[in-house]
Design a protein around this ligand. Structure first.
Ligand SMILES: NC(=O)c1ccc[n+]([C@@H]2O[C@H](COP(=O)([O-])OP(=O)(O)OC[C@H]3O[C@@H](n4cnc5c(N)ncnc54)[C@H](OP(=O)(O)O)[C@@H]3O)[C@@H](O)[C@H]2O)c1
Length: 294
């Protein structure tokens, strides 16, 4: 719950993907408003640094949980520890996610599966772990960070496209299944382009380093929108002025969309910088590249 104009957050908030980009921005935003934080990511060292940053920023308490969201048992253990420790879990912002660049036949199966594993199965693991406690209390908000890409196609990003359509489907399904609990809210967060390290941390088999196509938002903007919606979580939280245009163009004018998206993406969605084939951070964390902005 936020406390009027002061914007104080008294909630217990679990954030996955808390060591970089949007997840880190949410952790900082909650800290500055005085909330309790449980931080989840794979790299224990990086979590320690971020926890210190959150305490300095004003968090009421911080716990860290070095967990891979594809490990359902580990996710459940982390959630149980938070619920046992605080007696409640008010909000979960699930921001852990990874990207792979390359055509379907170029991306190794293991990397494709890794993207789908973290983004889709990870989301299901988090939802499965937190919903029983939220439903029992008839209280809690679950934010699944999807993407505008969960409603369109982008050449050379097949694994990510499939995964984000999956996150969108999961969010919609969970909204249906939790209609009987008025205190439980499921929100699909749908950012457009955000300036985070995900583009350089990505697995890449396309030959070129990726880049966020304009308009590009700051992770702090997405974080603020999420935290400010705690009092009244929407079904979908769009952050990106071009999102409706892309979604409508893909759905209503598919032939035009398909002609335009390839050339546009080649110009706007990648840098001129070359990169050799790499699994990036899909199969294991690469904490040295993690930070707030890209
Ligand atoms: N940046 C954009 O333009 C953009 C646009 C739309 C949607 N999104 C979505 O926003 C979310 C956050 O993206 P971002 O740009 O902030 O990315 P980021 O800066 O690369 O951060 C990703 C975070 O996820 C964690 N993570 C990755 N795999 C994990 C796993 N298997 N288990 C647990 N944690 C894992 C990373 O830490 P470890 O590696 O240490 O685990 C890191 O904390 C993602 O779902 C992404 O798809 C981003």
């Amino acid at each position: 719950m936020t406390d009027g104009a002061a914007g104080v957050v008294r909630d217990v908030v679990l954030v996955t993907g808390a060591t970089s980009g949007i997840g880190l921005a949410v952790a900082v935003e909650v800290s500055e408003r005085g909330g309790h934080l449980a931080l989840v990511a794979r790299s224990a060292d990086r979590l320690r640094d971020v926890a210190a940053q959150c305490r300095t920023a004003g968090a009421a308490s911080v716990t860290t949980h070095a967990v891979d969201v594809t490990d359902a048992e580990a996710v459940q253990a982390a959630v149980d520890a938070v619920v046992d420790g605080h007696g409640r879990l008010d909000a979960v912002v699930h921001s852990a996610g990874v990207v792979a660049y390359g055509r379907l036949e170029e991306v190794p199966a293991e990397v494709f599966d890794g993207v789908v594993g973290t983004n889709v199965l990870g989301s299901a693991n988090v939802a499965r772990a937190v919903l029983p406690a939220m439903r029992a209390a008839d209280h809690g908000r679950l934010y699944l960070v999807g993407s505008v890409i969960g409603g369109i196609g982008v050449p050379g990003m097949g694994a990510y496209v499939v995964s984000k359509w999956g996150v969108r489907a999961l969010a919609r399904q969970l909204q249906l299944e939790n209609r009987d609990r008025h205190g439980v809210h499921i929100t699909l967060v749908r950012p457009g382009s955000v300036d985070t390290p995900i583009y350089t941390l990505a697995a890449n088999y396309s030959g070129f380093v990726g880049a966020p196509p304009p308009p590009v938002y700051r992770p702090a903007t997405v974080a603020r929108r999420i935290v400010e919606s705690f009092d009244k979580p929407p079904r979908v939280l769009n952050v990106g002025i071009a999102n409706p245009l892309m979604l409508l163009g893909f759905a209503l004018l598919p032939a035009v969309y398909d002609v335009l998206v390839g050339p546009l993406f080649r110009v706007l969605g990648r840098t001129g910088e070359r990169v050799g084939p790499t699994p990036g951070n899909v199969l294991a964390p690469t904490p040295d590249g993690e930070r707030l902005r890209g």
